[in-house]
Design a protein around this ligand. Structure first.
Ligand code: ADP
Ligand code: MG
Length: 113
């Protein structure tokens, strides 16, 4: 069971970014709460690393990446770097013809030593 969400400063930053842009990229070190914070705002989510679906998501990314963006918005694309095409697709599919499709593009970012 998930722990109760603890509000953080990043929530307001994220709200502002979502109002300003159709696609928001969240970066940070592993385990800092990127996914959890994005989930609080997301109306739907795609977890690229989900072992049960990862292979089919990869195929969709190769054949018709817009399929991965189908879902209520804001939509979280977790570990988007596993299908980099989603980033470009977000900006193309986020145009006025498809309405406001705010997307979270969440990426593991290695900390420097
Ligand atoms: N604001 C928060 N309130 C409650 N739990 C949180 C919060 N942020 C992170 N967590 C918990 O900390 C752990 C790591 O967060 P996660 O979002 O998976 O990190 P990341 O995606 O950056 O690797 C998870 O168990 C998550 O539920
Ligand atoms: Mg994560």
């Amino acid at each position: 069971m998930k722990q109760k969400y603890l509000p953080r400063i990043a929530d307001k930053v994220l709200n502002t970014a979502l109002e300003a842009s159709g696609a928001v990229l969240i970066e940070g070190p592993k385990w800092c709460g990127k996914t959890r914070t994005a989930e609080e705002k997301a109306a739907s989510a795609l977890y690229m690393q989900d072992p049960d679906h990862s292979a089919s998501y990869q195929q969709a990314a190769d054949i018709k990446p817009s399929l991965l963006l189908n879902g209520d918005t804001p939509r979280l694309i977790d570990e988007w770097q596993m299908a980099p095409v989603t980033l470009g697709c977000g900006s193309v599919c986020g145009g006025s013809t498809r309405g406001n499709r705010s997307i979270y593009l969440n990426r593991f970012c290695r900390t420097q030593r």
